[in-house]
Design a protein around this ligand. Structure first.
Ligand code: DC
Length: 235
């Protein structure tokens, strides 16, 4: 069986992580794991269940009990059997996810699940702490970033494409607050791993970023060959 590979992609909101990680995974035939969706799912559950977002004990219980599943080959996310793909994409749930993710117990439950997902498959996993905490030994680590204005514009476009009518000032303020919290928390803050490659995506198209990431993957693990060939050699 070929060796399992972990590609870790971290960075702030709106840097392009999800789109890029999904496409890179598709190109390599790897499993794509959106860890933000896991924190969002627990945040959504807490909101619906009326659990206060600072009730650390109840939040830990929810995180441990949450059955979060990703549908293979699609971007669908299920929480306890319910399709929550759309429900977790609101700014309110994003903010709840950021608030509950400061708690060590919540993180431990989800990190254990993230490691389990990479046990049997090569993965492209994206989040905030993948290269620093979840997989410090990841084969490839990328830190995606972009100018704050570009990140805000991307987030606004994404919300409009989902049929929403976001208020720009509100979205920008929410993103700034969230990034500030994600960067400054004590547990697993958003941080570039020392051995991660920093990629500023401000002036790049998605395809250019995908190609740049694939080049890095090839350099790190493929000895210059096509990643698919190098990673899963045919018998
Ligand atoms: O990537 P995202 O915007 O869907 O993430 C939502 C929130 O979840 C983010 O603001 C912080 C938290 N998160 C985290 O703490 N660690 C991760 N690996 C991924 C997300």
């Amino acid at each position: 069986m070929p060796r399992r590979i972990v590609i870790a992609i971290d960075g702030p909101a709106g840097a392009g992580k999800s789109t890029v990680a999904r496409r890179v995974a598709a190109r390599l035939g790897f499993v794509y794991v959106d860890t933000g969706a896991m924190y969002r799912a627990v945040g959504l559950w807490a909101m619906r269940a009326g659990v206060k977002l600072d009730d650390v004990h109840k939040l830990e219980q929810l995180a441990a009990a949450a059955r979060i599943e990703f549908e293979a080959g699609s971007t669908r996310v299920f929480l306890n059997g319910e399709d929550v793909t759309e429900a977790i994409r609101t700014p309110e749930v994003a903010s709840a996810a950021s608030k509950i993710s400061v708690y060590g117990g919540v993180r431990r439950a989800l990190v254990a699940e993230q490691r389990r997902l990479a046990r049997d498959a090569s993965v492209v996993m994206e989040g905030r702490d993948i290269g620093t905490v979840v997989f410090p030994e990841a084969d490839v680590k990328i830190f995606l970033d972009a100018a704050p204005q570009t990140r805000a514009e991307r987030r606004l476009r994404e919300l409009r494409e989902r049929g929403r009518q976001p208020v720009a000032e509100q979205v920008i303020a929410e993103m700034e607050e969230r990034d500030q919290r994600d960067r400054s928390r004590a547990e697993a803050p958003l941080l570039q791993a020392p051995d991660a490659v920093y990629l500023d995506t401000t002036a790049l198209s998605i395809e250019e970023v995908v190609e740049a990431v694939l080049r890095i993957v090839r350099q790190r693990i493929g000895n210059g060959q096509e990643p698919g060939q190098a990673i899963t050699p045919q018998p």
